[in-house]
Design a protein around this ligand. Structure first.
Ligand code: SF4
Length: 360
């Protein structure tokens, strides 16, 4: 029986990742079946509630204001717009709505109050609600929890060492701090990363060490394959090989057997056969909808056809944890504190990011 280990070493994870593929798949599928029904896959819909104009310099992201991409920025959506989208997602089989806002961190004020109202509204539709809003304080995490938030997404992206090659406007410790703030509430943690950014297998393993050492481990771990967007610093990166994706999913499944491993960005580049191997290797969650924030994603109908062909069943909402209660704004125990936390700004320079932003 697999036990949950928090002391994985980088060397052990690299050895797993590099195993003969059939051995790796067998081990991952065995771990998967110990903790999950292998024919059930959770389906989430990702909604960009505020697009573009972000002050950060994440090298993979077309929403960073400093890069010259084709993204059209949008102000924060209204609660009724979000409710309409959530109803559409529910009717097409999604159990979770994940709302993303292109912010560095959450600021107390009318916009955050509006997001809290979106959380209340979607939770009342009996769907799981997830947010990805950048860095948050403990008080903000408490307010989201009270509104009925089910999960908070905050990706580690890559290893601590390679993080410095991708982002200069914040540090790895800020990511860990936000995850820690979320952990002080009953909101579940969603945190994963991106492969194909020029990192090594050691970096992929380093990220898994960091995630697996969290106690408890994240309830959900998205594995993204970079979608290289023109105008971003990573525009010239080669597409991720399907074998890398399968190995990454399988290794994640073995080191974090309880988590939901999510196939995220980059699915349009994967064949159905490739995706089926990822499901066999332990992936049990996908994003549905034709867009992932701003990058393309397979059509919902195509996904449902694939589910039918593979005999997969969408997971019901709150299958892993009960539905949180929603506390109305006027009954809230937590008030805005207007904190100005000192998130770091390492300030090192990344040549390719400077080039993409036209600074050199
Ligand atoms: S990934 Fe998020 S924080 Fe980074 S630039 Fe894009 S929107 Fe901003």
């Amino acid at each position: 029986m697999n036990t949950i280990r928090h002391d994985w070493t980088k060397e052990e994870i690299i050895a797993l990742y590099n195993k003969p593929l059939m051995d790796l798949l067998y081990e991952a599928a065995t771990a998967h079946r110990q903790f999950h029904d292998p024919n059930v896959v959770q389906v989430s819909t990702l909604l960009s509630i505020k697009t573009g104009g972000c002050p950060e310099d994440c090298g993979y992201c077309p929403q960073a204001a400093r890069y010259h991409t084709d993204i059209e920025g949008n102000d924060l959506m209204t609660v009724s717009q979000v409710k309409a989208q959530a109803l559409r997602a529910k009717s097409s089989g999604s159990s979770r709505v994940c709302m993303g806002a292109a912010w560095r961190n959450v600021k107390d004020g009318p916009e955050f109050d509006q997001v809290l109202e979106m959380v209340r509204t979607i939770n009342k539709l009996d769907m799981e609600v997830c947010c990805t809003l950048g860095m948050i304080t403990e008080n903000q995490a408490q307010r989201l929890a009270e509104a009925g938030l089910y999960a908070y997404n905050h990706n580690l992206d890559t290893s601590e060492e390679y993080y410095k090659e991708v982002i200069s406007t914040r540090g790895y410790e800020d990511r860990l701090q936000t995850i820690d703030n979320v952990r002080k509430t009953n909101v579940t943690v969603c945190s994963g990363g991106i492969i194909g950014m020029g990192e090594s297998v050691e970096d992929r393993a380093g990220m898994l060490v960091a995630l697996a050492s969290l106690s408890p481990q994240p309830e959900s771990v998205p594995i993204n394959a970079l979608v290289a967007v023109d105008g971003t610093p990573l525009e010239d990166e080669k597409p991720v090989e399907i074998w890398d994706m399968i190995r990454m999913v399988a290794t994640t499944r073995i080191v974090m057997p309880l988590t939901q491993v999510r196939l995220s960005a980059g699915r349009t580049q994967m064949s159905r056969e490739g995706q089926a191997m990822c499901f066999f290797a332990g992936a049990n969650s996908i994003f549905a909808g034709d867009k992932l924030l701003t990058t393309p994603n397979p059509d919902v109908n195509e996904d449902m056809k694939m589910f039918e062909m593979l005999g997969l069943i969408p997971q019901k909402p709150f299958a892993k944890k009960s539905q949180p209660k929603t506390v109305e704004a006027e009954e809230s125990e937590f008030k805005a504190m207007g904190e100005k936390p000192k998130w770091t700004r390492p300030g090192h320079s990344i040549e390719r990011n400077l080039k993409a932003s036209g600074k050199i």
